[in-house]
Design a protein around this ligand. Sequence first.
Ligand code: SF4
Length: 720
Amino acid sequence: MPSETRSTCPYCGVGCGVIIESDGAQITGVRGDPEHPANFGRLCSKGSTLHLTAAAPITRHDRLLHPMLRARRGDALQRTDWDTALDTTARQFARVIRAHGPDAVGFYVSGQLLTEDYYVFNKLAKGLVGTNNIDTNSRLCMSSAVAGYKLTLGADAPPCSYEDVEQADCLFIVGSNAAWAHPVLFRRIEQAKAMRPDMKIIVCDPRRTDTAGLADLFLPIQPGTDVMLFHGLLHIMLWEGWTQPDWIARHTSGFDALKARVRECTPEAVAQACGIPAADLLTAARWFATSPSTLSLYCQGLNQSASGTAKNAALINLHLATAQIGRAGCGPFSLTGQPNAMGGREVGGLANLLSAHRDLANPQHRAEVAALWGVPSVPDKPGRTAVEMFQAAADGEIRALWIACTNPAQSMPDQATVRRALERAEFVVLQEAFATTATADFADLLLPATSWGEKDGTVTNSERRISRVRPAVPAPGQARHDWAIAVDVARRLERLLPSRAGAVPSLFPYASPESVWLEHRESTRGRDLDITGLGYALLDRRPEQWPMPEGAAAGRARLYEDGVFPTADGRARFADVAWQPLAEPRESRYPFSLTTGRLRDQWHGMSRTGTLGRLFGHVPEPSVQMHPQDMARTGLGEGDLVHLTSRRGSIVVPVQASDELGLGQAFMGMHWGGEFLGGVSSTGHRLAGVNAITTSAFCPSSKQPELKHAAVKIMKAELP
Ligand code: SF4
């Protein structure tokens, strides 16, 4: 029977509503949901082809349809049954925990998981097993934004909404190629500019991206100098009298220390460090500070950095100094990369967080969560974050890994270390929808998971809007929902590790995603993200923004309108952060700055988008882009194969001229891996994709790695 199902696009943090058409067994079409406030019916090239990538899941050669187990390392994977797979997972984890303690296991999950999946995994690790070793690929995407918001505003809560794009008088887009990474939001920006041509748009990026094509003022910043730029803009604002002293006095703390710091950030010094003319700095400062409303949109260019927290905080400082926050059309608005990075933050699905924006480091928060879960305690030892987790496994300290819905053998930086970790771990279980990811090569056990169009639950987009994800077709083969797989292993572990279980029959009594949601919802009561007024019944009618406490008629589009912030004294905090040099500066042996990023029509490791020929029309094959003058100077021609080499390894890739880049810069899309880009590490490991050469240096506060910069050399490859 033909049917239509309202759901949410699984690709990016814009979180567009979709209507899935199906014949009951197969997904036959998709169109934008005209009533969803994120997209009002629009879809981008990826979203509008979802039905083509989801079609015929049983016949897709790479769809994982049954549990697969290796008898021994090195043997081929063989089909097995669910009971054997679940028993094996529980037994292997219990064996390692009994022999080496709970911190000898690790869970690495994903911003592709639904909130309900995330909640169960977090409770399984921290509540049942008793380890905080659970982290997520969202660590690679938005942990600096979390740390920046908490440092300055007191809570991990983006204060803005997409509708602010239409109401802003000035947009400051920094470290975000929204035209490619958040295309439907960019359409809203284009439309707003067309309706109000006097709206000022400033774009700051090392590359002159498609987003920069819309800019009234483009700031071609040198990689890694963002904090210097933001401090320099504040210096100008202070000098010109463009700050808001009364608002600062009433609603903030810490401004004097920051003022002293930015004194030396003169326009001349900043212009030289950042590579931006001083006159453009003056214009940017004036537009930002004196426009009636200024909205900053920012993403991985700030986050994926060894000083990512400082970059986020220094940008938020500008909003506090100019009172560009808490009103329509203004505020610091961090864009999330993945569809449910925000939901993962809400349930505390990172190594340093607990449910409902609680902090692991806070004893009262740990006690509250232990009481909610019915466990004796939540461990206080900090968990290993993404890079730390794989380093610990490579060092033999983590011996069993459970990876869900992500592909670290391709997507983590410094791939050689990750692959060494996967080889050394005694047991690796991979829960996935697709059987052919690079990580599957290392797994002892594959657990087949459901995917978009089959799953049921919720996700939260960049503007704190919770939307339903609904199944349109049955799960293919023996695939099961992520939350249900985690529950079934948890119940087995409760029998094998009885000391951690509470008095109730099971800590995991869930029969449906809604029952998980209800427990998550209760954990938010009284917190900044209180959603006790929300339920599936309401979300089935319309998506809603948090907070929405019990009794509220609707969620909140904008935060801090009353000038009160969720800090101890109710004041926002200026962050006195210092500029730090890049973790790996360019030098004579590695003279180029390599930046990685998303391409317009591809998604992550291409498990889904890579199956569709038409999505290769925009960029058909991997390449490294360089400035034409750099190519001429190094004797390279268009399409030449080059060795792209960092201190960690080397890959071979064609080179392409691009005048979007500055001199000394290189850019490569992050999507290709596998057979496309065979390479070798400095220690002889077989590698694939650009993360063979990226660095795992990370921000000391957010632990987010510096995927936006590695020092590389580029040399012509000799053909055999
Ligand atoms: Fe999907 Fe993002 Fe495109 Fe919207 S903008 S259709 S959420 S990929």
